[in-house]
Design a binder for this molecule. Structure first.
Ligand SMILES: [Zn+2]
Length: 434
């Protein structure tokens, strides 16, 4: 495919200056609208003595208060809507985790959403010649319909193969309808790949060439598995049910980050502890402000997702900011002895040392008023045996020293039997009193 194909070249390749001009105009009108129409924002802006007249550049966003998931939950069902229901033409909702959020879309919102997903699908390589099988939830959740609109807009042949169609049915559709592009969650796609052999279908009998995956975090290892098992190129996308659904950001053929639809969203990265903005390239919590949404606009919405942002132009021709792939969430952060670290950082250290399995368990406790940290690590074929206590002790020390150097925490390292921890119900066991 021609890597220079852009769905909306006029906006996807604006200079940073032009883009920021567009963003500030749309931001100002969004802020005025939410102040007028949403009681939550009127109260929040007044409480923080926000003077909307002073918001004249994108950077001034830092003066505005945040919106959190709890705020959305408290507004259930319609208190965050900026327009009356007669202007809303579609309602989606995430009912997960007992904290439902209801999102309303106006006709213009649907049009913009379609444009956003169409752009990401084109960036991923979808064309009008593709047969696109969408194996996502098509009900209350926004995943299925969100991608559906965009794929139809491009002119692809779209198959709404909604979950929960059985794996066998998905594979039969894929084979018989000659699907060329699969849109699914990475875990569902891995399930399909595993089932291929059971139903005696070889990936060579399929016509798949592209996979577009999202709606959960997935690693580069998963990417490699999907590509080798399904014989396709796997592309990452990023969306958020709370602000839009799919269509916020997605990879281009360069695969060096996910391009954000910046004419519809302003992205910031903050330190989740100090809440201060971080510079480009620094990893922190992603915060989004919607600047075209009419039904359900959000200002500085804290996503809980950890990533960094690169504002430099991309070799694909797009100038829009790129998110690094989402590796973890703020909720995963472990507070310990005045510092914070993520379980994924321990995994990285173990993988780098390479003498154990990457499976481990983190045990937190308190003794004599002091927090304690123990890391239980599963041994592998490369770990010294119990008959070599000196070598085993040296490895234990090496792991503890690497953890100390990288995370600034003192950890006691102990070894566990092979395969004893990978099925552990909890990766982190925190017995510290509140
Ligand atoms: Zn690019």
């Amino acid at each position: 495919m021609d890597p220079t194909v852009l769905y909306s070249p006029a906006v996807e390749s604006l200079s940073r200056e032009e883009l920021e001009q567009l963003q500030i105009e749309r931001l100002q009108s969004t802020l005025n609208r939410v102040y007028r129409n949403v009681a939550f924002y009127r109260a929040a802006f007044d409480a923080n003595r926000v003077n909307l007249e002073t918001i004249r550049e994108v950077r001034a966003l830092a003066d505005l208060p945040f919106t959190t998931k709890d705020d959305l939950h408290r507004s259930y069902p319609y208190d965050m809507f900026a327009l009356p229901l007669r202007d809303i033409v579609r309602i989606h909702s995430s009912l997960a985790a007992g904290k439902p959020v209801v999102v309303g879309y106006t006709r213009n919102d649907l049009r913009n959403w379609t444009e956003c997903t169409a752009r990401l699908l084109v960036a991923a390589g979808i064309t009008e010649h593709d047969v696109v099988q969408i194996a996502l939830d098509y009900s209350l959740s926004s995943g299925g319909l969100g991608f559906h609109q965009g794929a139809e807009q491009i002119g692809a042949s779209v198959i709404p193969a909604a979950q929960p169609a059985s794996v066998e049915k998905q594979i039969a559709i894929m084979r018989d309808f000659k699907t060329t592009a699969l849109i699914a969650s990475p875990s569902h796609a891995l399930g399909l790949a595993a089932a291929l052999a059971e139903v005696h279908v070889h990936p060579e009998q399929l016509h798949l060439r592209l996979g577009i995956f999202g709606s959960e975090r997935w690693s580069e290892q998963t990417r490699a598995s999907l590509e080798s098992q399904l014989h396709l190129v796997a592309m990452d996308t990023y969306g958020l049910a709370d602000i839009l659904g799919p269509g916020v950001a997605g990879e281009c053929p360069q695969r060096c980050g996910l391009h954000v639809n910046e004419d519809h969203f302003i992205v910031e990265v903050i330190d989740p502890r100090t809440l201060q903005p971080l510079a480009a390239g620094q990893e922190g919590e992603l915060v989004f402000t919607t600047i075209t949404k009419e039904g359900f606009p959000l200002v500085r919405y804290r996503t809980g997702d950890i990533a960094s942002v690169d504002f430099s132009p991309c070799a694909c021709g797009r100038t829009t900011a790129r998110l690094s792939r989402i590796a973890r969430r703020c909720d995963d952060l472990i507070q310990f002895g005045g510092v914070g670290f993520f379980p994924g950082q321990i995994e990285q250290i173990l993988t780098e040392i390479g003498r154990t399995s990457p499976h481990f368990q983190i045990l937190l406790d308190r003794a004599g008023g002091v927090d304690t940290l123990e890391i239980k690590v599963e041994v592998s074929d490369l770990t010294p045996s119990l008959d070599e206590p000196r070598l085993l002790g040296a490895l234990r020390t090496q792991i503890a020293e690497r953890i100390k150097a990288a995370l600034d925490v003192e950890a006691k390292v102990n070894f566990a039997e092979p395969k004893s921890l990978r099925a552990a119900a909890e990766k982190v066991v925190d017995k510290r009193p509140e």
